[in-house]
Design a protein around this ligand. Sequence first.
Ligand SMILES: *Cc1c(COP(=O)(O)O)cnc(C)c1O
Length: 404
Amino acid sequence: MKLPIYMDNHATTPVDPRVFEAMRPYLTNIFGNSASRNHSFGWEAEEATEKARKQVASLIGATSKEIVFTSGATESNNLALKGVAEMYAEKGNHIITAATEHKAILDTCKRLEKHGTRVTYLPVQQNGLVDLDQLRMAITDKTVLISIMHANNEIGVLQPIREIGKIAKERGVLLHTDGTQAAGKIPVSVLDDNIDLMSISAHKMYGPKGVGALYVRRRNPRVQLTAQMDGGGHERGMRSGTLNVPGIVGLGEACALAQAEMPAESKRLAFLRDKLKERLMNSLDEVYINGTLEHRLPNNLNISFAYVEGESLLMGINEIAVSSGSACTSATLEPSYVLKALGAGDDLAHSSIRFGLGRFNTEAEVDYVAGKVIEVVKKLRELSPLYEMFKEGIDLTKVQWTAH
Ligand SMILES: *Cc1c(COP(=O)(O)O)cnc(C)c1O
């Protein structure tokens, strides 16, 4: 086993060597522009991007004409939200999303609000899921789009997308889902789930960075978008710009591998994740899992270790790459807005760690990580006066603190 250990696969994933091999010719001798219609260099490139388009479509049960290639999920989310808001402005100006969405959704909504769009940010329940009755109540005759992510990037919880799709369909509202963490990890069917738009990204599924796709439904209903990038009219006018041929080939191969290997891979990752969880919970008290375990990605574990600072824990396990629930913004440590939306107090949010298992993690690594985390949490708690008071049975909520 080699150190450091990478267990932060929600942030990004390494490129699968098979994906790299598929890309290699398109980074060297097959260099044509897929929009060049007059010679074999262009045809070869086009053939490669069309194969990838089929591979992406197949993973989510779409048809290849419904796939628009982009630079990643951030761009796909921007294109979906801004493109719909602009195209359907006459129909209405209201969008519904959730408080726990990725910043690429929330910040896009903030921008749209400056231009007159009204946005409802649904709260989530303590388990991390949106309340379907609240969703139903939020829909008005001005609602043009619901954007709810499929799988959350911090806590891995899976929103009830099929039920949300049913509600959207009944009410004649389009449904976009940020599927970045779900695609390639769990089965997704845009038809069964009534998804109209879906964002995906290659680098979250063992493909290269800087390439992704937006699924745009063509039938029942046919979704239209106002392009956000003007130029040569590529991607059926929805996204201009010369196609990133090697990146797209990599995305396609990553989708094909994920589709073929998903049943075995998700079983293996769920086994490893559960092993990690069991070991931590059996050896440590006062640990809390953030978000429902029942509806969750197989590779995610987000745990708070009470009486321990996440940042100190990260430093103690510095040969293990994971994320903490505190986002370092400028000089201050902000607790994660996702954990706060679940109702976690600041201290529990600050003491949380996100483990994101991936294709290349081994059982030996999981054993090592479990042992190391247990050791460091115990050590840190030995230094914690609060933990000592807790062990002595003092009710910390009733302690009168003196101010300094
Ligand atoms: C990573 C991520 C994004 C951003 O994707 P990029 O391809 O890096 O732009 C958006 N949404 C979710 C849920 C993500 O995990």
